[in-house]
Design a protein around this ligand. Structure first.
Ligand SMILES: [Zn+2]
Ligand SMILES: [Zn+2]
Length: 211
């Protein structure tokens, strides 16, 4: 395979970066990376690296000033080791993460919309069944409460009527007693009346004998 920048054959000893998107390979020299800079790159960065053309396709809206090739436009000044790399790798990694995440973000958005929908359906089903269960529960509870109140009223009423019955029967008993006494008194009165009559007759006969 040839280097996509210089089109020369990539030797086994050459250091290169392979594009994560189109799989094309670039000499690190063609990417303006030093050996030290290349060695300092993390495995993650290397596995996610995208070639300048792929970065340009996927990052159309974004600046590509931080791609290694673009750095050739700026004359390289001797800087402390790692610092330019850190800058370029950091920002480049960030922008690449960002660009490669753009698709993911869309997918995640879709997934979350789908999830929201499903969750909403599930929730409305749940709320519906919960409402139904609650309705039944409340209905049963109210019914039970009503039943117990009605039963209580019935019991109270029975006690009251029983009391009234008792009162009535005792009154009846009393009145019967009274009427019995009255009858007795009436008979006594009759007896007295007879005796009075007898005594009156005797007195009349005595008055006749002694004028
Ligand atoms: Zn090359
Ligand atoms: Zn590529």
């Amino acid at each position: 395979m040839n280097c996509s920048a210089c089109n020369k054959k990539l030797l086994r000893t050459d250091r290169y970066l392979a594009c994560n998107h189109c799989r094309s390979k670039y000499h690190i020299e063609c990417l303006n990376l030093s050996k030290e800079q290349f060695t300092a790159l993390t495995t993650e960065y290397k596995s996610k690296w995208m070639c300048p053309s792929c970065s340009n396709i996927t990052k159309r809206k974004q600046s590509n000033v931080n791609t290694p090739v673009q750095q050739t436009l700026v004359p390289l000044v001797e800087k402390p080791l790692n610092s330019p790399l850190e800058n370029s790798s950091c920002s480049s990694t960030d922008s690449q993460l960002f660009s490669s995440n753009d698709d993911n973000l869309v997918t995640m958005g879709k997934i979350s919309t789908l999830l929201d929908k499903k969750l909403n359906n599930y929730l409305s089903d749940f709320v519906e069944s919960f409402r139904k269960a609650l309705k039944d529960d409340v209905k049963n509870l109210v019914q039970a409460e009503m039943d117990s109140v009605v039963q209580q009223l019935k019991d109270d009423f029975t006690v009251t009527t029983n009391f009234i019955c008792d009162e009535q029967s005792s009154l009846k008993q009393e009145s019967e007693n009274k009427s019995h006494i009255i009858k007795h008194l009436e008979s006594e009165t009759l007896r007295f009346q007879k005796e009075i009559n007898v005594l009156t007759n005797r007195l009349t006969s005595i008055e006749k004998n002694f004028p």
